[in-house]
Design a binder for this molecule. Structure first.
Ligand code: BES
Ligand code: ZN
Length: 627
C-alpha cells in the first residue's frame, strides 16, 4: 500500500505531488506556465464572444466561441488552443474579406492538461482576426456539474454551474487557458425559460427571466475567472453594490449569514484602493460546490456550508472579496506563483475580519490555520514546501493546499510586523495600483518589494530573508507564531477532560466560538476510550452539528480513532457536503486508519454521483493510489 502517496494527495488536498520526474530540471523556467498548450508567444486572445445554448437534457453547452486574436509572431500560422472533452464542429477565420474556413485537428490528450487543438490560419489572415469555433461540451466536462433537481435546494429545477480554476475553463470553452493572459468577454446564453443564467460579468439584478441572457465583462480577466451558472436563482440585495443570488429556499438564510458583505466591500476599498469591478454579488450554490468559495469577478460562487446560522464562517466571504484585489486585479502569472493569489488574499482576509469583527476572533482563525500548516509540513515533500516551488506538468495543476495560503499569510504578516502596519499598507496599495490588470511572478514581486521596502535605509529585512520564505522548505525562524488565549484554554480543557480531571458539564461550551470547539476536538488526547468519545458526542451534539467546520474536525477524529458509534453520521456528513475541504480529509482518515480503506471506497461509491467532477477526481485519485 502506497501510504505516502495517499498522504500527500490528501495533505495538499489538491496536489498529486509526484515531483519524481522533474526531467528537465535544468531547463526549468519559473515564468513559464506549464499548464497550457497555448502558443501565447505567437498569438494572444484579447476578447471572447460566447453564444451558447444550455441543454439540460443532453447535459451540454452548445454554440460558438469567437476569439478575437492578435498575431505577435508574423511567421506563425498555427494556433494552439487548450481544450478538454470538447467537440468542434467547425472553425473559421473572420477577416475584413469575410469568413474563411480554417483547418483544425486535435493533438494527443494529456491527463492534466487536456487536449491541444491546432488551428491553421488561412493564407492572408490579418494580424488581428476573429477565430470562430462552433463547438459543444461533453457531459464529462470537468468544470461543469449538471445537477438533477434532487441535488438542488428546491428539488424542482435542474442546475448547472462551472468551476474553471485552475485548468478547467478549457473543458467548457476552447481557449488559451493560462492566467498569463487577460481577455474581456461578452456572452449570449439561452436557457430553459424559467431559469436564470448568471456569469462572472455584469449581472443585472432586474433582468427579466426570458430564457435569453446577455453579458458583458469589460474588465480584462484571466481565463480561470470565466464562470457561468444556470438555475432557479433569485436575487436579494444586501447593500448598495452587493447582493445574493441563490435558490429561493436559501435566500433568507443567505441574506442573514452574509449581511456584512457591503461593510466588507467598503472597508476593503478604504484599505486596498478602489474596487474596480462594479457590483459585488454572491451566488450561493448547492452543497456539491467543490470549494468554500470561488472569486469569480463581480459574482463570487459560495458553498452553502457557510450557512451556520451564526455568521461564524464568513471569513470565506472576506477571502473571496479580497481576491478582487489579490488575484483578480493582480494575477499570479502561473500556478507556481499561486501564493501571490492565495497567501496575499488570506492575509487581506484577516485584515478585513479584524475590523469587521475583532482581533480575538481572527487570532483564533490564525491558530487553526497554523495548526493545519504544521500538519501539511509533516506530510508534504520538502520540494513542494517553498512558497514558489518547482511546478510543472508532472505535478498537478490544482496546486494550492495549505502552503500557499498559510505560509503565504505568515510571510506577509512577518513583513507587516517588520515594517509596521502603516508602511506595509501603503506598500500594498501601491502594489495593487502598479500591477492592476496585470500578472505577477514571485520574482517580480520580490524585486518590487526590494525597490520599495527592502532597500530603504535601515530596512529591518533583507532580500536573503525574504528568499528563504519563497524558496526554502519549512517555516523560517522569524515567522510570527499565532496565539489565542481562548484556544489555549480550549486545548487545556481538552487535555484535562481527556484525563478525567474535568467533567464535560463543567465546560461552558455554549459560550465558545465554533473555532474554540474545533480546537478542543483537535486537541483531544491520542488515547481516548469510545465511551469518552460517545459522551462528548452526546454532550455537545457533535454528530448533528449544523456547523460544517465542527463536523469536519469531529469526523476526522471519528475516522482516525475508528469510533464506529459515529460512522453512520460520518457517512451522512460525506453525503451532505461535496466541498473538498470538508470531506477529503475524512476519506483520508478512514483510508489510513488501517482498517477502513474498503469502507471508504464503498462510501465514496455511494456518494460520488452527487459530487462535482473536480471533487470526484480528488477523492478517487486518493483512494485508488492506495494499492
Ligand atoms: N481561488 C480559491 C479556490 C481555488 C484555488 C480553486 C485553487 C482552484 C484552485 C478560493 O479563493 C479559495 O481559496 N477558497 C477557499 C476558501 C478560503 C477561505 C481558504 C476554500 O474553498 O476553502
Ligand atoms: Zn482564495
Amino acid at each position: 500500500m502506497h501510504r505516502k502517496i495517499l498522504i500527500t494527495v490528501f495533505a495538499f488536498l489538491f496536489i498529486t505531488a509526484c515531483s519524481k520526474e522533474t526531467a528537465e530540471v535544468d531547463n526549468y523556467d519559473p515564468a513559464r506556465d506549464y499548464f497550457t498548450f497555448a502558443n501565447t508567444g505567437a498569438f494572444v486572445t484579447e476578447h471572447l464572444a460566447l453564444n451558447l445554448d444550455v441543454d439540460f437534457e443532453a447535459e451540454e453547452l452548445r454554440g460558438f466561441a469567437i476569439l478575437s486574436m492578435r498575431r505577435l509572431d508574423p511567421d506563425a500560422t498555427e494556433i494552439v488552443l487548450d481544450t478538454r472533452d470538447l467537440a468542434i464542429a467547425s472553425a473559421a477565420v473572420l477577416t475584413t474579406a469575410g469568413s474563411e474556413p480554417a483547418e483544425y485537428r486535435f493533438g494527443e490528450p494529456h491527463k492534466t492538461l487536456g487536449t491541444p487543438l491546432f488551428v491553421t490560419l488561412p493564407p492572408g489572415t490579418n494580424e488581428q482576426f476573429d477565430l470562430v469555433l462552433e463547438y459543444k461540451t461533453s457531459p464529462e466536462s470537468t468544470a461543469l456539474q449538471w445537477l438533477p433537481p434532487e441535488l438542488t435546494a428546491g428539488g424542482k429545477h435542474p442546475m448547472v454551474f462551472s468551476q474553471s480554476q485552475a485548468v478547467h475553463a478549457r473543458s467548457w470553452v476552447p481557449l488559451q487557458d493560462t492566467p498569463a493572459l487577460r481577455i474581456t468577454y461578452e456572452a449570449t446564453v439561452r436557457t430553459p425559460e424559467s431559469l436564470l443564467a448568471v456569469m462572472s460579468a455584469n449581472n443585472d439584478p432586474l433582468t427579466p427571466r426570458t430564457g435569453e441572457y446577455h453579458f458583458d465583462m469589460p474588465q480584462p480577466i484571466p481565463s480561470y475567472l470565466l464562470a457561468i451558472a444556470v438555475g432557479n436563482f433569485y436575487f436579494a440585495p444586501l447593500g448598495k453594490e452587493t447582493g445574493i443570488y441563490t435558490e429561493p429556499e436559501l435566500l433568507d438564510a443567505s441574506v442573514y449569514e452574509f449581511a456584512d458583505t457591503q461593510a466588507m466591500l467598503e472597508l476593503a476599498e478604504e484599505k486596498f484602493g478602489p474596487y474596480d469591478w462594479g457590483r459585488y454579488d454572491l451566488l450561493v450554490l448547492p452543497p456539491s460546490f467543490p470549494f468554500g468559495g470561488m472569486e469569480n469577478p463581480r459574482l463570487s460562487f459560495i458553498t452553502p456550508s457557510l450557512l451556520a446560522g451564526d455568521r461564524s464562517l464568513v471569513s470565506v466571504i472576506a477571502h473571496e472579496l479580497a481576491h478582487s484585489w489579490s488575484g483578480n486585479l493582480v494575477t499570479n502569472a502561473t500556478w507556481r506563483d499561486g501564493w501571490l493569489n492565495e497567501g496575499m488574499t488570506s492575509y487581506l482576509e484577516s485584515r478585513l475580519m479584524e475590523v469587521i469583527y475583532n482581533v480575538k476572533r481572527v487570532d483564533e482563525e490564525r491558530v487553526l490555520m497554523y495548526r493545519e500548516l504544521l500538519l501539511d509540513l509533516e506530510t508534504v515533500p520538502e520540494t513542494m514546501q517553498a512558497l514558489a516551488p518547482r511546478l510543472d506538468d508532472t505535478t498537478s495543476e490544482d496546486f494550492q493546499g495549505g502552503i500557499h495560503y498559510s505560509k503565504g499569510q505568515l510571510f506577509l504578516e512577518f513583513l507587516e510586523n517588520a515594517f509596521g502596519r502603516e508602511t506595509f499598507d501603503a506598500f500594498l496599495e501601491s502594489y495593487f495600483q502598479e500591477f492592476a490588470f496585470g500578472t505577477i511572478t514571485t520574482e517580480r514581486f520580490l524585486d518590487y518589494l526590494e525597490v520599495n521596502l527592502l532597500s530603504q535605509e535601515g530596512a529591518p529585512v533583507s532580500r536573503e530573508q525574504v528568499e528563504q520564505w519563497t524558496y526554502n522548505p519549512g517555516l523560517p525562524d522569524n515567522a510570527i507564531i499565532p496565539e489565542s488565549e481562548n484556544l489555549n484554554i480550549a486545548a487545556d480543557l481538552a487535555k484535562s477532560w481527556s484525563d478525567g480531571e474535568t467533567a464535560l458539564v463543567e465546560i461552558s461550551v455554549a459560550d465558545w466560538s465554533p473555532q474554540a470547539t474545533i480546537h478542543f476536538i483537535n486537541s483531544l488526547s491520542a488515547e481516548l476510550s469510545h465511551e469518552k468519545l460517545a459522551e462528548l458526542d452526546a454532550g455537545w451534539n457533535l454528530s448533528d452539528t449544523q456547523n460544517a467546520e465542527i463536523g469536519r474536525a469531529w469526523f476526522i477524529q471519528v475516522a482516525t480513532r475508528r469510533h464506529l458509534g459515529a460512522y453512520e453520521p460520518l457517512e451522512a456528513h460525506l453525503n451532505r457536503y461535496g466541498r473538498g475541504r470538508l470531506i477529503a480529509p475524512v476519506y483520508r482518515a478512514l483510508a489510513e486508519n488501517g482498517e477502513d480503506l474498503e469502507l471508504a471506497r464503498e462510501m465514496f461509491e455511494r456518494a460520488r454521483d452527487a459530487y462535482h467532477p473536480i471533487t470526484v477526481g480528488w477523492i478517487a485519485s486518493g483512494l485508488e493510489e492506495q494499492d
